[in-house]
Design a protein around this ligand. Structure first.
Ligand code: AMP
Length: 281
């Protein structure tokens, strides 16, 4: 695996790869890698001769300073994991490389409704930060294919919109969420959970799978109420539990059997914020 720290060097490299008519698969990450990330590398490798990863903890997408400061960093292990996974190139920039004019000089993207709900509502500015970093990364790494996780459901929708706003030719692939054996969605933030919090955390996936199982047996508000009770019993502080239309994210209270639905949850175990989602039908 070739490691690049400079944008200019990476740009030259990817130009050579594309010049040789090889397609590229790109997996952007913030590091502290787990099997979920590696499943994206596997998808990129399966569909392209050249798989690329980036590791960059993007300051502009953290609306909470302490969440940014406590974000786990395991760079040496990450490099070993990427190498073992057969990743061909890693982009590991510093902040100045991504934001040459400083992090205060960011662009604004018209995300409209997408930015007013769920992660957009509870993490003001988060998706603007995501768009800024993704736009810059894609300008350095204009990969043929981009692989992102359904774990961040709304983020995939935002990046899809960004690709269209910037007329990018990169094709987005949304890949399934990898889970621990007990159902907890893999996440870098899981490293921050103590034993009790880790035990409680599984209630999120239990709530999601229970909503899926009981979708046609109960009205939607009752499903949400039941999921809320389960989370409260497990000492969660809830940002949101909602069932929405899977393509528009508009809330649904009355299921007509036709619409595809997604259940979305964000909740805190003490100061660790976890998110997860499940397509219900
Ligand atoms: P992050 O490092 O958290 O920014 O995540 C980098 C990419 O990995 C994003 O596209 C995430 O959606 C994806 N990802 C995170 N967790 C998982 C998971 N459990 N399964 C699949 N993809 C994931």
């Amino acid at each position: 695996m070739i490691l690049f720290k400079k944008a200019a060097a990476f740009s030259s490299y990817i130009q050579c790869v594309h010049h040789a008519q090889n397609s590229t698969g790109f997996v952007p990450t913030m590091g502290a890698l787990h099997q979920g990330h590696l499943s994206l590398i596997a998808a990129a490798k399966e569909q392209n001769p050249v798989a690329i990863a980036s590791i960059f903890v993007n300051p502009t997408q953290f609306n909470n300073k302490s969440d940014f400061e406590k974000y786990p960093i395991t760079i040496e292990r990450d490099i070993e994991l990427l190498e073992a996974a057969g990743c061909n190139a890693l982009f590991l920039p510093n902040v100045a490389e991504i934001y040459p004019e400083g992090t205060a000089q960011t662009r604004h993207y018209h995300l409209n409704f997408l930015e007013t709900v769920f992660e957009g509502k509870y993490r003001p500015g988060h998706f603007q930060g995501v768009c800024n970093v993704m736009h810059r990364l894609l300008s350095i790494i204009p990969a043929t294919h981009l692989y992102m996780g359904q774990k961040d459901y709304q983020q995939c929708m935002v990046v899809k919109r960004l690709l269209s706003l910037i007329n990018s030719a990169t094709v987005l692939h949304t890949c399934p969420t990898l889970r621990e054996a007990d159902g907890l969605a893999m996440s870098s933030r899981n490293m921050r959970l103590n034993e009790t919090e880790r035990h409680n955390a599984v209630a999120i996936s239990k709530a999601l799978f229970s909503m899926k199982e009981q979708l046609n047996k109960m009205p939607i508000p009752a499903l949400i109420n039941q999921a809320t009770q389960l989370l409260l019993q497990h000492h969660f502080k809830i940002d949101y539990i909602e069932i929405t239309d899977a393509t528009t994210l508009q809330p649904v209270t009355n299921h007509n059997g036709q619409q595809q639905l997604v259940a979305l949850i964000a909740a805190f175990q003490n100061d660790v914020r976890l998110i997860d989602n499940l397509v219900l039908n």
